[in-house]
Design a binder for this molecule. Structure first.
Ligand SMILES: Cc1cc2nc3c(=O)[nH]c(=O)nc-3n(C[C@H](O)[C@H](O)[C@H](O)COP(=O)(O)OP(=O)(O)OC[C@H]3O[C@@H](n4cnc5c(N)ncnc54)[C@H](O)[C@@H]3O)c2cc1C
Length: 234
């Protein structure tokens, strides 16, 4: 059931350039599945523009965690200005849960996440929940960012304790030393890092442009359409 609750801001951190992490109180009886999203809105927004006052945001925390986490890139939109203006103790309207993105219940199904930038948010939730249920499925996260500094939630990803899990970072504009992958995600990069390519369930999360590019890459690799879930951030 979709509910709308007021929730209090507990903490805010800048975790990458222009990228903010927000922790909110989890309202009572707040149910969601890892991978789902919420609409965040203000009861009386101070800043307004021609766009609606609310935005869709993936829930970056897992259902097993005590607080709600959201991570978002900053911009000059009225919504982001209102987010920046929030003080600890202020309230936000959270409409939830929404969305169909969820990891398969069958733990024998290997999963590959193909992610750009802040698209890591629903993945963090799903990984944390997999850790909670002591999942044994193989999981690979291929995570693209412009530079090393832009990698959001890296510490969280590296603390995930699962038996068959790895994150492959790729940087598209890093000039300095870097031992991981470099360049955009393509068929060769996926082939290098993923075993049994056509047996994976793929989750592709990012902006529309990234989704379109990855659609092409997965088609090139002969991955059947029913094995791909897209989470388009717009
Ligand atoms: C299911 C779902 C989950 C999402 N989860 C997250 C998440 O976890 N974190 C997150 O950061 N975002 C997430 N998003 C995206 C989020 O809803 C916003 O669209 C995004 O954060 C941009 O919002 P904004 O207010 O900064 O920009 P908006 O004002 O909404 O603008 C959207 C885009 O249009 C461009 N734009 C705006 N104005 C102009 C202009 N005048 N000329 C040209 N271009 C312009 C902006 O650069 C931006 O790329 C999610 C979206 C969906 C659908």
């Amino acid at each position: 059931m979709i509910t709308q609750s007021l929730s209090t801001l507990l903490e805010r951190n800048e975790i990458a350039p222009q990228t903010y992490q927000y922790f909110f109180e989890k309202p009572d009886n707040f149910d969601f599945i890892a991978g789902q999203y919420a609409f965040l809105d203000f009861t009386s927004p101070v800043n307004r523009d021609e766009k609606p006052s609310m935005r869709a945001m993936s829930i970056a925390s897992a259902p097993c965690e005590d607080r709600l986490m959201f991570v978002m890139r900053d911009s000059d939109s009225a919504f982001k200005k209102n987010m920046r203006a929030m003080q600890v103790g202020d309230e936000l309207l959270i409409k939830c849960p929404l969305g169909h993105v969820a990891i398969p219940e069958n733990l024998h199904q290997p999963v590959t996440f193909i992610i750009a930038g802040v698209g890591i948010t629903p993945v963090r939730s799903m990984l944390k929940q997999e850790e909670h249920i002591r999942s044994f499925r193989p999981i690979i996260v291929i995570y693209s960012n412009k530079t090393r500094a832009d990698i959001a939630l890296r510490e969280d990803l590296e603390k995930i304790s699962l038996d068959h899990y790895k994150t492959v970072y790729t940087l598209t504009r890093e000039e300095g030393e870097w031992s991981g992958e470099k360049g955009r995600i393509d068929a060769e990069m996926i082939t290098r890092n993923v075993d049994d390519i056509t047996n994976q369930m793929y989750y592709v999360v990012g902006t529309g442009e990234f989704i379109t590019a990855m659609q092409g890459v997965l088609t090139e690799l002969n991955v059947p359409k029913e094995k791909i879930i897209f989470d388009n951030f717009g």
